[in-house]
Design a protein. Sequence first.
Length: 142
Amino acid sequence: MTVTTNTLKSRITRASSFQKVMEKNSDEFTEMPASDYLKKLAEKYGIQPIEIIRLAHIERSYGYQIFNGTRIPSRDKLLQIAIGMGLSLDDTQDLLKKTGKNPLYPRIKRDAACIYALTHEMKLMETQELLTSVGTPALGEV
């Protein structure tokens, strides 16, 4: 049974022990390995991992390590993958949250540019150009 985020937050703040919170609410925590979530997205969108790696401009062996779980991708790598795949903003936010990364926040200029790129279906190179044009590092440069 899924509870609201506010309810979960209330349970955490009122608990006498974090271990008890974890035991009683284990199904409420959404974090999962990036490799598992990326495989689900690849299947959902009908794209092979090699094509995702190419579209994301990630070095091939590094990309395979992400997909087989031997490498944990940074937030930037996940954004490269999301933009390369042409994910929606909602799917990108879910990818970030479910893999334990911070979602895009519109009050941060770099994140705002990524939000713009995602909602305007910009390609990765266009996104990189946008990021540098507004004085922020391109994806993969942080």
